[in-house]
Structure formats: C-alpha cells, structure tokens
Design a protein around this ligand. Sequence first.
Ligand SMILES: Nc1nc2c(ncn2[C@@H]2O[C@H](COP(=O)(O)OP(=O)(O)OP(=O)(O)O)[C@@H](O)[C@H]2O)c(=O)[nH]1
Ligand SMILES: [Mg+2]
Length: 358
Amino acid sequence: MSDGDKDKRGMLARLFRRGEAPQSQPKVPPPQAEAPQDDTPPSTPETAPPPAPRRSWWQRLKEGLARTSSSLGLGITELFSKRRLDAATLEDLEDILIQADLGIETAARITRSIAEGRYDKSIDPEEVKAVLAREVEAVLAPVARPLAVDADRKPFVILMVGVNGSGKTTTIGKLAAKFRAEGRKVMLAAGDTFRAAAIEQLKVWGERTGARVIAREQGADAAGLAFDALTEARATGTDVLLVDTAGRLQNKAGLMAELEKVVRVMKKIDETAPHAVLLVLDATTGQNAVSQVEIFGKTAGVTGLVMTKLDGTARGGILVSIAAKFGLPVHFIGVGEGVDDLEPFTARDFARAIAGLE
Ligand SMILES: Nc1nc2c(ncn2[C@@H]2O[C@H](COP(=O)(O)OP(=O)(O)OP(=O)(O)O)[C@@H](O)[C@H]2O)c(=O)[nH]1
Ligand SMILES: [Mg+2]
C-alpha cells in the first residue's frame, strides 16, 4: 500500500469516527442515525429531543421522486386548470410527458386515455394524475420483479456492471446490508481494480455491513480476482457473492471485452455463474441509459436493472421508457446515498409517486 493510500485510510477512519462523510474519494456516505434505543421522553426541557423516527420507504420514495412529480404535476395543473380538453391541450400534455422522459409510446397511451370520453369537457388536474398513475403502473407492472436469490446456488453470484459513477459500488453496499439483515453470509469482490479509492470504498462497505471483502492491489487483473473470490466463497459456504466492476463506457470495446472475461472466468468454476448480472443505471443520465441497456445487455448478459439517483432528477420517467422498450426486470431503485435508500421496485408505488398522488 502506498503512503498516499495509508493517508487516505487514516483520513477515512477519522472521518467515520466523527460520523462525517469524506469530501473526496472513496465515495461512501455516513451511516444513518441509529433509531433511538428507548422511547422515554426527555426528562428536562434542556435535553436534546430524540432523533426523528426513520421515515417510511413510501415517504422517502415520494421525496426522492419529488423533482419528477413536481415538474410533471406543475405542467399538468397549469395545462388543465385553464382550458377545456381539446386537440391543442392534448398535444401539450403529450409534450409534457415526453419531456419527463416517459417515452413516446407511453406518452401517447396516456394522452389517448385522457381523451377518451372527455373531449371538450373540463377536466380536473387530479383526474389527469390518476390516469397517469394508472397507465404508468400498467407499463411497469410486468418488469417489477424481485431479485430472487436461489439458496441452492452457493454462492449466489451477483455481478454489478454499468458506466462510471452510476452507483454500482454504493448499490453493492446497500444490497450487502439487506442480505446481512436476512442472515446471509455475504462476500464482496473488489473487481474495480483500476482505482485504489474504489477498493477502499468497497472495504468500508464490507466493514460496515460485516461482509468479507476480497481485494487485490490496484492494477491487478479483474478476472483473476473474480476467480479467486468465487473459489473462496465456495470454500467458505458464502451465500451471496457480490462482484464489483470498474465503471466503463458502453462504447469502449476493450473494456467491454474485459467484462466478458470476468464472466467467462467465473464460469470455469461454476458454469451457472454469474446468477444475476445487474446493470446499474443512473437516472440522471436520461436517454443515454437506453444505449447502456442495449450494449451491456449484449456483452454482459444483463439479467436485471437497478436504477439509482432517482432523487437527483426531474426526469425519473426514464425508468418507464426503459421498461416499455426492453421489458427487463427492474429489481431495485435508489433514491439517496444512505444504506436504506434502496428498495425493491414496485410498480404501483413508483407510478403513484411520480404522478404526485398520496
Ligand atoms: N443521490 C443519490 N446518490 C447516489 C445514489 N446511488 C449512488 N449515489 C452516489 O453516486 C456516487 C457514485 O456512486 P458509486 O457507487 O461510487 O458509483 P460507481 O458506479 O461504483 O462508480 P465507479 O466505480 O466510478 O464507476 C456516490 O457519491 C454515491 O453516493 C442514489 O440513489 N441517489
Ligand atoms: Mg465503483
């Protein structure tokens, strides 16, 4: 380990002791405040109030998707509070839906649904939102499928792929926490061997979640590391092996070939591995996500999607376009950097949240 790395490690340890997030790499958010241990009220008015109870997933989802829902909601309210339903209004509605990245087909479908039986009548914006939620739910329902961890596969190998910064490593940390909470034995493989900080970032998640981390020095062969990790995971009765990979642009052929090698090498040990290949998509990248699904799908055999950073964009509708276009399962969505900000994807909740319904 270089001196620079040692310094970084010391800095990280100090920051976590103080409960602060590091300002630079590695990117690991601070642990969330623990729930209060007892609920006795403070004895004196001077005592600091107990921490606020943890918000439910629905609340976090709604807040996370607030930029999408308020931009859609504002557009819809402005449009329908003034006018009766005519061809021009319908066209404007379709534009609003397309701008929210819902996709041309879904936008047309929603617009048709609104038009039905309501032509030349005034229509309440809330009614429009209800139709929007219903139609979006219909598109999403077939892809909202949980990630089924097959307990007969020991370990069940999950390979995380995606472009730079999409949220792969953070999602691994969040998933590790979930699997650990279910009582599973979890191992993490630091397959992003490009950056020392990436290896450190995964080690921090390993420490935090109680998962063993298999890492090698920076610059080591990622496929070799995956091979070693799978060998050790097998030998130690690990339930789930999560394999991190370096971010790569889908148009860089050399890097995509490296990913194929990681897959090939793992198959030498277990021909059914990896059992899930999750493509992590950053919602803020908008339409580029479409070509990521196409190319990673071809090279890495993507079996399911995770969409992160839905809290950072007004165009969360991109998930709907991708669902309609590819029909790939969407397993999880992320609406924040915290360990709890990732949950299984459910069509109804997502549809209601982006439509701004309660
Ligand atoms: N707001 C928000 N930030 C997120 C979410 N998921 C991940 N992030 C942040 O996005 C940044 C990049 O996340 P990483 O997990 O390091 O991404 P990565 O895909 O591993 O990146 P590379 O290894 O560089 O390719 C970090 O600062 C994360 O905390 C999310 O759902 N919402
Ligand atoms: Mg990473």
